[in-house]
Ligand binder design. Structure first.
Ligand code: SF4
Ligand code: SF4
Length: 207
């Protein structure tokens, strides 16, 4: 998921973060339509616990606060509940913009390193794009052991009853560790992803 963007190509946006967002962030061209009414901020399910509400993020983009926006934890907290989208009087695709900003920050290497959603997203993406199917056992173990061997063992031990229950209910197959289920045409999946990647780069003019 991570990639290096062409920094020279980004230089053209110096002092114009709104233009940069419009060019590179999914649905970013909508940000200028925000009239700062605050309905999204008041409707956001968990917004009160975030540093910046969507309303504030959009205001900060227009104010050129690039560093503050892209290093923010707030976009990563969006649960995709779409509460804001159905209520926004200007019909902004707020959810998509929030996820688009998070993705863009990740690509630039500016997203908060220890943000749990960012960590899970990267783990999930790497897991499912290898074979076209999610290997739940490897994904779970990847999460358990993200802070090292000892922490992983402790976590697995704490949740052993759930694991055992899943094993007995045949919801957990330990052999998935050796070779999980996968799509028949793995090469086709890789070709499809490569093509999608190329199209996105073309559309977003990513360097
Ligand atoms: S509800 Fe829509 S117009 Fe109002 S502040 Fe939020 S994004 Fe802007
Ligand atoms: S979709 Fe995201 S930003 Fe919108 S209300 Fe839900 S959590 Fe908040």
């Amino acid at each position: 998921m991570s990639e290096v963007l062409n920094q020279q190509a980004l230089a053209q946006y110096t002092n114009n973060f709104l233009k940069e967002v419009e060019a590179h962030v999914e649905e970013g061209e909508w940000v200028k339509m925000c009239m700062q009414c605050g309905v999204c901020a008041g409707s956001c399910t968990f917004g009160a616990h975030w540093e910046h509400s969507p309303q504030k993020i959009f205001m900060m983009i227009r104010a050129g606060k690039r560093e503050e926006v892209l290093t923010s934890d707030s976009m990563w907290m969006c649960t995709s509940c779409y509460n804001c989208v159905v209520r926004c009087p200007r019909k902004l695709p707020i959810t998509q913009i929030m996820h688009g900003l998070a993705t863009y920050a990740h690509r630039l290497g500016l997203a908060p390193k220890d943000q749990p959603t960012r960590h899970f997203s990267a783990l999930f993406w790497n897991n499912c794009t290898q074979t076209g199917r999610v290997n739940e056992l490897k994904l779970t173990l990847g999460l358990y052991f993200k802070n090292g061997l000892i922490a992983g063992i402790k976590q697995a031990w704490t949740l052993r009853h759930i694991g055992l229950g899943m094993l007995l209910a045949k919801r957990l197959n330990p052999f998935e560790l050796l070779k999980g289920h996968e799509c028949e045409d793995k090469a086709g999946i890789q070709r499809m992803l490569k093509k999608a990647h190329e199209l996105e780069h073309k559309r977003r003019r990513l360097g």
